[in-house]
Design a protein around this ligand. Structure first.
Ligand code: SF4
Length: 252
C-alpha cells in the first residue's frame, strides 16, 4: 500500500503521528528542530511510493505508526492507510544538514514556539561540527541554514553570511539559507556562496499576516523575493510554501 498524493496530503494535513518507542529508537535521525513552527517537537520521516513526509511525534495523534514486516504501516481509525519505511535524518532532513543558527526570536508569530523556547544560538564552530558529523555519514548532499532573529534581522544576516562563507570554503554541496530578508541579504548571501535563498511567506493574506506575524512585513518579504530572483536566478528562490509561491509568482 504505497503512498500516493492523496495519502500524502492526508498525512500532511494531520501533521503528526503516535509512533512506537521501539521504532523511534531505531531511527537515529529523529531530531528536535530548533526553529520554525516545528520547533521543540521530535519528528521523523516516512518514505513510500516516491513520496517523503515528515511527521511530528504526538501521542494524541489520530495516526499510529507500527511495525509491519520489515517496513512500517500507518494506522488510522484502526485500518492501515499506507506502508513505507522510516527514514533517518542527518540533522532534521534526510541527506541534508539542516541547521538553525538562532533558536530564539524577537518576533512573536502566533503559530511559532521559537520566541518562547529561548533556544541555543550556535556559533560558527558548532555549525561546522554538526555539518562535519553529517558529512561523516557519507550521505550529505546539501546544507540548509535557517534562523530565528536573536537581536535584529541585520545581525542575523551577518551571522548567516559569516557561516555560509566558512561552509562554502569547505563543502562543495548546495547551501540554502532561510532568514528574514534585509535590504542587502540577497546580495550578501549570494556573494558569500549561498546557492539558494528562502524568505518565508507565512500567508498571502495581508490581514492574517498582520494579525499572526506582528512586526513582520508581507510586502517587504514579497518585494525581497522578487529582487532575490534577479540575484539567485530562477528556481533558486522560494517562499517555503508551494501554494504561496505559486500565488507569489502570479503576483510577480
Ligand atoms: S520570525 Fe516568526 S516564524 Fe520566524 S522564528 Fe521568529 S517568531 Fe518564528
Amino acid at each position: 500500500m504505497e503512498m500516493n498524493a492523496e495519502i500524502k496530503a492526508l498525512l500532511l494535513s494531520i501533521g503528526s503521528a503516535n509512533i512506537d518507542e521501539g521504532l523511534l529508537h531505531e531511527i537515529a535521525g529523529t531530531t528536535i528542530p530548533s526553529a520554525g513552527p516545528g520547533a521543540g517537537l521530535e519528528s521523523f520521516f516516512i518514505k513510500s511510493g516516491g513520496h517523503r513526509v515528515r511527521l511530528s511525534i504526538n501521542k494524541k495523534s489520530p495516526l499510529k505508526v507500527v511495525r509491519c514486516c520489515s517496513d512500517i504501516a500507518v494506522i488510522k481509525d484502526g485500518k492501515p492507510i499506507v506502508t513505507g519505511r522510516l527514514e533517518p535524518a542527518l540533522s532534521y532532513c534526510p541527506e541534508q544538514a539542516y541547521l538553525t543558527i538562532s533558536g530564539r526570536c524577537i518576533y512573536d508569530c502566533k503559530f511559532c514556539p521559537v520566541p518562547k523556547l529561548d533556544g541555543e544560538v550556535k556559533v560558527p564552530d558548532k555549525i561546522l561540527q554538526l555539518v562535519e558529523e553529517a558529512k561523516n555519514t557519507g550521505q550529505l548532499r546539501a546544507i540548509s541554514i535557517t534562523s530565528g532573529v536573536e537581536k535584529s534581522t541585520e545581525d542575523e544576516v551577518r551571522k548567516a553570511v559569516e557561516i555560509v562563507k566558512i561552509l562554502r570554503a569547505r563543502y562543495d554541496v548546495p547551501i540554502g539559507v532561510s532568514v528574514y530578508p534585509t535590504d542587502t541579504s540577497s546580495e550578501e548571501l549570494k556573494e558569500a556562496g549561498a546557492t539558494e535563498i528562502k524568505y518565508n511567506v507565512e500567508t498571502m493574506d495581508p490581514q492574517i499576516f498582520a494579525k499572526y506575524c506582528p512586526g513582520l512585513s508581507l510586502e517587504y518579504v514579497l518585494s525581497s523575493l522578487k529582487e532575490a530572483v534577479k540575484i539567485f536566478g530562477k528556481n533558486r528562490v522560494s517562499s517555503n510554501s508551494y501554494w504561496v509561491w505559486e500565488r507569489a509568482m502570479s503576483v510577480f
